[in-house]
Write a protein that binds this ligand. Structure first.
Ligand SMILES: [Zn+2]
Length: 121
């Protein structure tokens, strides 16, 4: 079952950034990346659908959808791996904002960098 935050993020991705899903599908060897988008639409169409996915749909979900909405890695305070000040993942409740801002960092990294610049003009 997805959280409301994850559903909101998935709605945003399907509506505006569907290539995130198709790119991920291609990278993970899925032959029909458009089907992955269809399955994302199926999931957001009704949250109950999540528990009613076929094996094939779960395969698409695991490989082309879940990595975009669950345990999404933080890019780090200075955009380098290993420079994250949090737990290396973006919190689910910050995730939609991260996609909207195209700034894939966790709240710890964003707020620390902002205060660093405020103190070091
Ligand atoms: Zn971080």
């Amino acid at each position: 079952m997805l959280s409301q935050n994850q559903i909101d993020v998935l709605e945003h991705i399907v509506a505006n950034e569907a290539e995130f899903i198709t790119d991920l599908a291609k990278n993970n060897g899925i032959n029909n990346p458009k089907d992955s988008v269809g399955i994302a639409e199926f999931i957001i169409g009704d949250p109950e659908n999540f528990s009613q996915m076929s094996d094939k749909q779960v395969y698409h979900y695991e490989n082309a959808i879940k990595p975009l909405i669950s345990r999404v890695p933080c890019e780090g305070m200075i955009g380098e791996q290993g420079s994250c000040l949090g737990n290396d993942f973006i919190d689910e409740d910050s995730l939609l904002e991260a996609y909207l801002a195209r700034d894939m960092r966790c709240q710890h990294c964003i707020s620390t960098k902002e205060s660093w610049f405020a103190n070091n003009p």
